[in-house]
Design a protein around this ligand. Sequence first.
Ligand code: SF4
Length: 271
Amino acid sequence: MTSPIHESSGVARPSPNPVGPPPPCSDEFLRQVHDRSFEDASAEELLALAIEHFHPRLALSCSFGAPEGLVLLDMMHRIDPTTRVFVIDTGRLPQATHDLIDRVRDRYGKAIEIMFPEPEAVQDMVRGHGQNLFYESIELRRRCCAVRKVEPLNRYFEEAGVDAWVAGLRREQNSTRRDAAKVEIDALHGNRIKINPLAAWTHDEVWAYVREREVPTNRLHGDGYPSVGCEPCSRAISAGDDLRAGRWWWEDESTRECGLHVGEERDGSGI
Ligand code: SF4
């Protein structure tokens, strides 16, 4: 594919978010994002372009609880072993996820950038609402996700000097993800560039890549967990269930996002 990126410097205007900073890319790049010019690019092509354009100001968000992030980690590492990956350790992750983080670090010889929530914020929340507040209401579940996931993510972006990030979103995962573009301006996170290389991939395509490349994955998938998040908010599903039915299963599907990928207009909370 001919590279749709022609410039790597300069400031794009106008900003898609008038209250946020301008996106960290050129006018030409921004135009291509708005025109969805990247939709025909393969996952590997998008990652190569993103690395060429943004590395080392580029980082992969990997939860180590879904195969998509590991597929992307494998792809990025093959293109450039110095590419960056980060994970948010919420304090409620299962042991299987911690084991996988170490396994990936050892296999790829890669430093995993781990972020933790602010201890004081966690302490205040738990003292005020209990250890398992997320089961009590959507509002408290969102608060927990805000403290344990969203704040560390935003802090990571600020501290790590990241201008663009890669995520494993796929359109078929959830009704809230159906419109995800392969490259978008992330107004939720300071107008950074967000790249979703697997947006058009199917569940079967992801697993075919995992098998072909023998990519390490979370062992809880073998126990019926399609995705593994925090231990108290993840469960196994039965054959025929929706793939996201194992996350926040006590809530309506329309609210089942953690705040990392949804905007105020869709989530209703802004976290
Ligand atoms: S997934 Fe559950 S435990 Fe984890 S941050 Fe969100 S509400 Fe809290």
